[in-house]
Design a protein around this ligand. Structure first.
Ligand code: PHE
Ligand code: NA
Length: 446
């Protein structure tokens, strides 16, 4: 524990660690494709509102529970519940979170594997001079190859679990913190390049002029889920981070900084990607392949495109790597809490995630017609239900615990702000975040 204690030696280190968990595929891959399938601006509007009204306050709730409990999620929840005279069963919220990240990591690893494949392909210059049709056809051929998908999924998960088992996430985080500004810069350049193309105007219109009639219950549910997913909130994964926050740090300021950064990465990616979509006459609702098709097309038109694209996929891979480590860590910590060794815990988690991920990887070929539920195949199921339902449900319970159940003086001191601001935060959580999440979830389930 002392090793982790020194981890948040500075306020900046805490913000960077949470950013590492937050910024990942959610921003660059998932946001554009979900927005594309859900009407663009209509989705963006609801999503940003949800990040500010739900994701951000609940992120504070999640981290403050860890800060007040000073242990792993299950123990923190159990101790704080006992102090409040509440049911010890609250600790199972930590286990539910572990189950949620289990499902999420299984498809996250498969898609991160696509980035590995695309990194290699761009280093080999495969996209240089390729037409939009060729890139699209190449992507479809790749998806249809079960061996390649399974190989890359296995490689990415192995990379992730090795870091977790060796406990060297700290080193990787430092590297990530060094390189993350580069990823940001590259996205900025890409968005700047997009501004010179004829797709830019239509892309801005598509992203920023909401048609209120397009806000359907489905759009609202996806915005809800993605607000939690993109901030890494609702699975108790950030809870552990709170335990090592510096005494004097203001939690709301840190969380707000992360949210702003996270939204801006998504917006830059969205602007770059949709400019290509409209310049090339592609379909915004193209689905999970959207980023993998549009960005190679964009770079294939830029001088030194292959080099830029390789750097982009390398940086993306690094960002998803740190997010994946954050997804794996709570499960490994839970097993360790049961007395398992770290290596064994990591191996067990890795193996089970790998098995579930296999079903996702094969959903694009041999298991494409295996649709166990709601007419969706395994990839479609695990990439929608855990983010859209489990994360908001976990977030709802986390919010209830922090704002109603746990001893409120402890909550106030863990938030690290004065009485007035604490009441403001609690008012938002009690009367906006909790009811709103509840209503949206309920309407989705009915
Ligand atoms: N926030 C990460 C992303 O946007 C995904 C994530 C979800 C990470 C939940 C940890 C926990 O890519
Ligand atoms: Na994110």
């Amino acid at each position: 524990m002392s090793e982790t204690l020194e981890r948040w030696g500075s306020k900046r280190a805490f913000i960077l660690a949470v950013t590492g968990a937050a910024v990942g595929l959610g921003n660059i891959w998932r946001f554009p494709y979900i927005a594309g399938e859900n009407g663009g601006a209509a989705f963006l509007l609801v999503y940003i509102a949800f990040v500010l009204l739900l994701g951000l306050p609940v992120m504070m709730a999640e981290i403050l529970i860890g800060r007040a409990g000073r242990r792993g999620p299950m123990q923190s929840l159990g101790t704080l519940a006992a102090e409040a005279g509440a049911s010890p069963h609250w600790r199972w919220l930590g286990a539910f979170g572990a189950f949620t990240v289990f499902c999420i990591l299984s498809f996250y690893s498969v898609v991160s594997g696509w980035s590995i494949e695309f990194l290699v392909a761009s280093i080999n210059g495969q996209f240089t001079g390729a037409s939009a049709e060729q890139v699209g056809a190449g992507f479809n051929a790749f998806l249809a190859n079960p061996w390649l998908l399974v190989f890359n999924h296995s490689l990415f998960l192995f990379m992730t679990m090795t870091v977790v088992a060796a406990g060297v996430a700290k080193g990787l985080e430092k590297l990530n913190n060094l390189l993350m500004p580069l990823l940001y810069l590259l996205l900025l350049l890409l968005a700047g390049y997009a501004a010179t193309t004829e797709g830019f105007g239509p892309a801005l219109a598509w992203l920023f002029t909401p048609n209120l009639a397009a806000i359907t219950p489905e759009v609202v549910l996806h915005a809800l889920g993605h607000a939690f997913f993109t901030l890494a909130v609702g699975a108790c994964a950030l809870m552990a981070y709170g335990a090592y926050m510096p005494e004097e740090q203001s939690l709301p300021k840190a969380a707000a900084a992360v949210a702003v950064l996270d939204i801006s990465v998504a917006l830059l990616a969205g602007i770059a990607i949709f400019s290509v979509v409209f310049a090339q006459g592609l379909d915004p609702a193209e689905g999970p392949g959207l980023m993998f098709v549009t960005l190679p097309i964009a770079f294939s038109h830029i001088p030194w495109g292959a080099l830029w694209l390789s750097i982009f996929f390398l940086l993306l891979l690094l960002a998803t790597w740190t997010s994946a480590i954050n997804l794996a860590e709570p499960m490994v910590a839970t097993l360790q809490g049961l007395g398992w060794g770290r290596g064994l815990s990591a191996a067990a988690v890795g193996l089970s995630v790998w098995l579930l991920g296999l079903l996702s990887a094969l959903s694009f070929s041999v298991l494409a017609d295996f649709r166990p539920l709601l007419g969706r195949n395994v990839f479609e199921l695990v990439s929608s239900i855990p983010p859209d339902i489990f994360l908001p449900l976990g977030g709802l319970l986390i919010a209830i615990f922090a704002a109603w159940v746990m001893p409120q003086p402890a909550a106030a001191s863990a938030l690290g702000v004065g009485e007035g601001r604490f009441r403001l935060w609690r008012g938002v959580v009690r009367w906006i975040s909790i009811p709103l999440t509840f209503v949206v979830l309920l309407s989705a389930l009915l």
